[in-house]
Design a binder for this molecule. Structure first.
Ligand code: ADP
Ligand code: MG
Length: 560
């Protein structure tokens, strides 16, 4: 490679950089949290890789982050002795954004500072937050185990791309120098930096150090001093941990910007020993519906980070859960292959699922407003649950919320238990309708007879509802029945007079029915007199086992 190269940022990076600098200005202190968080991740990765290869430590296994400043040069330096990066890694990690859905996400940004700050928070701020306070950033790094003359220097002013250079770096790891903007030069200050570190990085299980100057008998000496608590938060006992500490730790592991909605912290003892700290975010990340998603549960073995892994420790329908699971039983050299079929992993997973469902159940009962917030963000994902997790189907079903003819609002607030408690005498089934919008569901002619009889119908209009009703056939012994499928037997709910009336209508319509049948011939399976409708002239009814019209419609759209 040439001595020094100039490269352009990927378009997405350029866009994001500018929006971030503009919209996160009022939260500028978070740059330090993000950079320390990255340093901690890098140390975690090194510790894990070094399990199988001790030489990576290069005789320095005392992992740490150092923060220094220079009030004359107006710089802040953040240094770690973690895994470091090679040239390719610098280009792909710092120069590009590989997350799917990024383009769509960027299009949602409005230029409105407050709205964008929320959106960027959902995206995760990360390394680029350095440019909120710096007009030039110099990153020098060397990957552990790589020769000293193969260090990499990356430098950028966020305007004209970045430069890359091969340099000699004595120590492994990454050093980032922030050249502060003129109006941010006040940050190069001992007291300010210490208080920002304590505020945002107290709980990180890695020492963050700053230099302390001591004056003794006319002699000045400097030494490194640990600023943060530097213990693994999840290993401390619950009653010692403040809510703020839980929240800051959440932000570190989740890369989220906002507070968590709730959490569950558990130490499991007995056959299996592990600690779990599981959080529910307050907002959905922008890529919740992308196939490949970032960050979920971090797996630790005896405080050693093993990997970020969503699949093996949380099912898809709980993919929004963030947190840490720290096992005392797994071997430290556990590999991805082992994780794929491992009894310990399986039981930690099912235990953790129970904790999350329990947390949701308690919230739904004790804090219904909080629960509604949760449902608005993640309800559509939870609806995947009954189809994915048979063993917890009933418990998940209890957590579901729907719109219904009872409330006549698009808000999904009605639980199946609510529904059952309002069932009419003689009513045996839970009735629902699926459509591709709430308005379509609400105005469906299929509902007429139900409205007339005062029977509640659940109005389902999320994409996932078809999948849900295909997998959830009953709840609390009551069958779920689509009002658009098969023969509706509402006869138990009819009065004798109703029945007389219906018989009469059927007799009178015989000729008409036969005429229609002759005309439509094999275009339809059957023509029947309907008692479903009260004001619409006719409607199409599907056979019990046909896919609902909506599903057919979807498949057609998808080109099937
Ligand atoms: P995230 O931390 O969410 O992955 P960032 O923008 O903070 O996103 O960082 C992007 C990537 O750059 C990281 O995933 C990591 O691979 C790399 N990186 C950043 N800082 C460091 C560091 N101090 N040491 C090693 N790699 C780093
Ligand atoms: Mg980061």
């Amino acid at each position: 490679a040439p001595a020094k190269e100039n490269l352009q940022f990927q378009t997405e990076v350029n866009q994001l950089l500018h929006l971030m600098i503009h919209s996160l200005y009022s939260n500028k202190e978070i740059f330090l949290r993000e950079l320390i968080s990255n340093a901690a991740d890098a140390c975690d990765k090194l510790r894990f890789e070094a399990i199988g290869n001790d030489s990576l430590y290069e005789n320095d296994s005392d992992l740490r982050v150092e923060v220094e400043f220079d009030s004359t040069a107006h710089t802040i330096t953040i240094r770690d002795n973690g895994i470091g990066m090679n040239r390719d890694e610098v280009v792909s990690n710092i120069g590009t954004i590989a997350r799917s859905g990024t383009k769509d996400f960027l299009q949602k940004l409005t230029g409105d500072q407050k709205k964008d700050a929320h959106l960027i928070g959902q995206f995760g701020v990360g390394f680029y937050s350095a440019f909120i306070v710096a007009d030039k950033v110099t990153l020098t790094t060397r990957r552990a185990g790589v020769p000293k003359d193969q260090g990499v220097r990356w430098e950028s002013d966020a305007q004209s791309g970045y430069s890359l250079e091969t340099v000699t770096k004595e120590t492994r790891g990454t050093e980032i120098i922030l050249h502060l903007k003129e109006e941010e030069q006040g940050l190069a200050n001992d007291w300010r930096l210490r208080s920002i570190i304590r505020k945002y990085s107290d709980h990180i299980p890695l020492p963050v150090k700053m230099l302390k100057t001591a004056e003794e008998e006319g002699q000045t000496s400097t030494e490194w001093e640990v600023i943060n608590k530097a213990n693994a938060l999840w290993r401390r006992s619950k009653n010692e941990i403040k809510d703020e500490e839980y929240q800051e730790f959440y932000k570190h592991i989740s890369h989220d910007w906002e507070d968590a909605l709730a959490w569950s912290h558990n130490r499991v003892e007995g056959n299996l020993e592990y600690t779990s700290l599981l959080y529910l975010p307050s907002r959905a990340p922008f890529d919740l519906y992308e196939q490949k998603q970032q960050h979920g549960i971090k797996l630790y073995v005896q405080r050693v980070f093993i990997m970020d892994d969503a699949e093996h420790l949380m099912p898809r329908y709980l993919r929004f859960v963030r947190g840490v699971i720290d096992s005392s039983d797994l071997p430290l050299n556990v590999s991805r292959e082992i994780l794929q079929s491992n009894k310990i992993i399986d039981s930690m997973k099912s235990g953790s699922v129970k904790k999350v469902l329990g947390l949701l159940e308690t919230m739904a009962k004790d804090e219904p407003e909080q629960y509604q917030k949760f449902w608005k963000e993640f309800g559509r994902v939870l609806k995947e649950g009954p189809g994915e997790d048979f063993s917890n189907r009933e418990q998940i079903a209890k957590l579901l919320r729907f719109a219904s003819t009872q409330t006549d609002s698009a808000d999904q607030t009605v639980s199946l238990e609510d529904y059952i408690s309002r069932m009419k005498e003689g009513q045996e089934k839970i009735y629902y309708i699926t459509a591709d919008s709430h308005t379509a569901a609400k105005n469906s002619p299929h509902l007429e007879i139900f409205r007339k009889k005062g029977i509640e119908v659940l109005l389902l209009s999320d994409r996932v509802d078809e999948w849900l009703t295909n997998s959830l056939h009953e709840f609390a012994g009551k069958q779920l029945q689509s009002v658009a499928k098969g023969a509706l037997d509402l006869s138990k709910l009819d009065s004798e007079a109703d029945k007389e009336e219906q018989k009469k209508v059927e007799e009178q319509s015989k000729n008409l029915i036969n005429q229609i049948k002759d005309t439509l011939k094999d275009k339809v399976e059957d023509v029947r007199v309907s008692h479903r409708l009260t004001s619409s002239p006719s409607c199409i009814v599907l056979n019990e086992h046909d896919m609902a019209l909506y599903m057919q419609h979807l498949l057609k759209q998808a080109g099937h």
